[in-house]
Design a protein around this ligand. Structure first.
Ligand code: AHG
Ligand code: MN
Ligand code: MN
Length: 333
């Protein structure tokens, strides 16, 4: 069987006019960084990379060693290629400027270097999430403002999931495509063309320990699912919660479902739990590209105009029919 690598896929996308030469380089570099992160993640205790870094990030969260390592790998890999105007990361307070000795390009890269860090020490899947925006025209200086564009402006988005195998999942606005890392060869092989989220599903993902904090529409929706066959939905639903957004979204992209981190009383003051620009937006673009839907409960995630880089947002995404139902419950209330 002839194997198509990520490199060949990207060159073909470039020939079809869907990605520029610079965007192709950007995606190649991100994929290369992801391979390096995958190596570190998979060595675990053997490389001494588990455990706490002993520092907090800008959001007051304790950083794990692998959060710091993954962040450094992505920053360093993307500094010198000349394709970027600037970077933003969950682990960095403000814009990461391209060093003066390197040329600047036209794109902005945002990332969550290591998603699901609470799962690192217990050997459960974690991931990397990224989003690509265009640097606004006519801007030579790159500030936080340059990044504050709605998710609908994303040029590309994707994630890597470090599970039993490492997969790289990508959209450049023409469907969702996944690649599996061949560790011996060191290359990503095109294994999942045009992933789609089935419209109907019987699987949901939510952290049910927050149930007492939920808003009425979320309580109503989850309660109806839990009533199963004898309830208003007339069938049983199954529940899954990995606590790595990447792993939960990967399941939804693979076999359908709904994933929710809604607004609740616990996270109301912050506006939600998940970060808009490097968690919610890239996942929303992927899910929409796969035929699903993604809302805050009240509006389409990709329409949210960000007010700050590390803004948080409620997230409800997955199979279209389910997301529309729970969004309708919010809008009725
Ligand atoms: P991160 O590790 O990048 O801070 O993200 C963790 C996020 C997300 O991956 C996951 O869905 C959620 O936090 C889990 O939250 P709970 O621990 O509240 O379930
Ligand atoms: Mn995260
Ligand atoms: Mn993270």
């Amino acid at each position: 069987m002839r194997r198509v690598t990520l490199t060949q896929f990207l060159i073909e996308q470039q020939r079809a006019g869907r990605v520029s030469a610079d965007l192709r380089l950007l995606l190649e570099v991100v994929a290369r960084a992801v391979k390096a992160i995958s190596v570190n993640v998979s060595k675990g205790a053997l490389a001494g990379v588990l455990g706490e870094a002993g520092t907090d990030n800008v959001q007051g969260e304790a950083q794990k060693k692998l959060d710091v390592i993954a962040n450094e790998i992505l920053l360093q890999a993307n500094e010198w290629g000349g394709h970027l105007a600037g970077m933003a990361s969950e682990e960095v307070e403000t814009v990461h400027q391209i060093p003066f000795d390197y040329p600047k390009g036209g794109y902005l890269l945002l990332f969550d270097p290591l998603d699901g860090s609470s799962n690192i020490d217990i050997n459960v899947s974690v991931g990397t999430i990224f989003s690509v925006l265009r640097n606004p025209e006519g801007r030579t200086d790159v500030t936080e403002d340059s990044f504050l564009q709605p998710g609908s402006e994303q040029i590309a988005a994707g994630y890597a999931v470090y599970g039993p195998s490492t997969q790289f999942v990508l959209t450049v606005g023409h469907g969702v495509h996944a690649f599996t890392l061949d560790r011996e060869m060191g290359s990503f092989i095109y294994t999942h063309p045009f992933m789609t989220v089935p419209d109907e599903t019987s699987e949901f993902a939510i952290n049910a320990s927050n149930a007492r904090h939920w808003e009425a529409p979320v309580k109503r929706y989850i309660d109806e699912l839990q009533q199963g066959k004898t309830g208003p939905r007339g069938r049983d639903f199954n529940m899954r919660w990995v606590a790595s957004m990447v792993a939960d979204v990967h399941r939804v992209l693979t076999r359908g479902g709904i994933f929710m981190y809604p607004l609740d009383e616990k996270c109301r003051a912050q506006g939600g739990k998940l970060r808009l620009m490097y968690e919610a937006n890239p996942m929303a673009m992927l899910i929409e590209q796969a035929g699903g839907a993604a809302t805050t409960g009240r509006e389409r995630i990709l329409d949210v105009v960000p007010g700050k880089l590390h803004q948080r947002v409620p997230v409800i995404l997955g199979s279209r029919a389910e997301v529309e139902r729970v969004t309708a419950y919010h809008l009725e209330g």
